[in-house]
Write a protein that binds this ligand. Structure first.
Ligand code: CMC
Length: 428
């Protein structure tokens, strides 16, 4: 007779012979339920061991859906391809934060709120001035965005909805200003102030490149491409920096401090720093002829192919596909970046190679984004900063969702202790 179907898991503990029934909800079991599996009354109970959270859901989230095997990415249900084609970055930011796309009136108000908060306190410039001329702009961004919390003590009022909203607007509005100022500092250029007549990406380009002209007018193809790149980076569910944002937020820190921590996580070469590493890698390869030798060294384990592979995508990253199209748009204005030929050939060879096929390694979002950024004139060190500007709304949407989730508490993983047993200073 077939067993009765139930949404539960029955586990037998072979140490004791006891069976336990654990509920299954949404394809997951509640890990705390494992604690009832014990060998004795004073036993702590079973834990799950999952370094790097390979198979642990840390939250319920309604923000972003990814199906890594099928290469699907949706924000609040909308496919990334449709948003990249038809929406602006600020519309997408609103969607991520509010759950719905704005109507015309809501969008106008949202854009105005952001536009009116792009300026930063003049004292922030003094911090930036204190950094070395060769300071990495991500280091400057981590420092200055964290410092903003001291300028907005009201940001501590995380239980107050209107205060949360204001801090979110401030963060989305000021990230491009901090980023552009970090660049201008490195170049020894005077800071270019925000221009409220310009749209979000346009204004960023203005703060980056404006010199003596009275009014800076970016090429519409370039500002559009940048806006699309921001959309593609806007959220990616529980990635390393977003999880950092949630973890810091769970301690009820203010959102500026949490953003500094998330930015620090993004800085790493395995995360948002990968776009920078891709460009350095392509320069090192230097020519198409050197690709086979380079691939052999990757396969030997000398180093990784940067911009390839993903924890979640085991198929082509949908963002990388869109970026390839954006590249054409950009190159029609800037001329073709010679790095593209190396990248295309690298991708072609890698996708035919057994190692990459069997490991399901495909280009990720960072593989082509750097080539576009470089063609647009951004220095390599600024690439992760551009990622951070795009990711800001996603961090905030996830931070707020975590704060409002009644199932959440302060994040505090368990450990399996693997150190010395008790010992004493007298050697006993
Ligand atoms: N080149 C060569 N081999 C790789 C690569 C790569 N880029 N990525 C993974 N592998 C191999 C790895 O050596 C391992 O092989 P084996 O099983 O034979 O030991 C296998 O694939 C699984 O790798 P893993 O390190 O267990 O995979 P992970 O899910 O922990 O790592 C990753 C994901 C993105 C950190 C990794 O693929 C990687 O280091 N990629 C290069 C850096 C990169 O492009 N990062 C950007 C990620 S997308 C944007 C973002 O989220 O920030």
């Amino acid at each position: 007779m077939a067993a009765e179907k139930k949404d539960t898991l029955t586990v037998t503990d072979n140490r004791t012979g006891k069976a336990y029934e654990i509920p299954i909800k949404d394809g997951a079991i509640p890990a705390p339920d494992l604690r009832k599996i014990k060998v004795s009354e004073d036993d702590f109970g079973l834990m799950s061991y999952d370094p790097a959270f390979l198979n642990t859901a840390s939250c319920r989230s309604a923000v972003t859906f990814i199906d890594g095997d099928r290469g699907i990415l949706r924000y609040r249900g909308y496919p990334i391809q449709e948003l990249a084609e038809r929406s602006s970055f600020l519309e997408v930011a609103y969607l991520l934060l509010e759950g719905e796309l704005p109507d015309k009136v809501a969008l106008e108000s949202w854009v105005e709120q952001i536009t009116l908060r792009t300026f930063i306190h003049e004292n922030i410039k003094k911090f930036i001035d204190g950094f070395h001329h060769d300071a990495h702009p991500m280091g400057i961004l981590v420092g200055t965005v964290g410092a903003l919390s001291t300028f907005y003590p009201d940001a501590k009022k995380i239980d107050d909805e209107s205060s949360r909203h204001l801090q979110m607007v401030r963060l989305i509005a000021k990230m491009p200003t901090l980023a552009a100022f970090a660049y201008r500092h490195a170049m020894g250029l005077p800071y270019a102030y925000p221009d409220n007549d310009l749209a979000y990406a346009e204004n960023f380009l203005n703060m980056m490149w404006k010199t003596t002209e009275l009014k800076y007018k970016p090429d519409p193809a370039l500002s559009h491409a940048l806006d699309v790149l921001f959309i593609l980076h806007a959220d990616h569910e529980q990635n390393c920096s977003t999880s950092t944002m949630r973890v810091v937020g769970s301690a009820r820190s203010d959102p500026f401090s949490a953003t500094a921590a998330a930015t620090a996580a993004l800085y790493g070469p395995l995360h948002g720093g990968a776009n920078e590493m891709v460009l350095r890698m392509l320069s090192e390869i230097g020519s198409v002829d050197n690709i086979p030798g380079y691939i052999e060294r990757v396969k030997k384990g000398d180093f990784r192919l940067m911009g390839f592979g993903h924890r979640v995508y085991k198929n082509y990253d949908p963002r990388a596909k869109i970026i390839k199209q954006v590249a054409e748009e950009v190159f029609s204005v800037t001329g073709r970046n010679p790095m593209l030929d190396i990248a295309l050939e690298l991708e072609r060879i890698a996708l035919e190679d057994d190692y990459f096929v069997s490991h399901k390694l495909y280009p990720n979002v960072d593989f082509y984004s750097g080539i576009i950024y470089q063609a647009m004139g951004f220095p390599v060190a600024l690439f992760p900063v551009l990622f951070a500007i795009g990711r800001m709304p996603g961090w905030l949407a996830q931070w707020e969702e975590g704060l409002l989730d009644p199932e959440q508490k302060i994040s505090r993983p368990r450990q399996v202790y693997a150190g010395s047993p008790e010992r004493h200073l007298n050697g006993a």
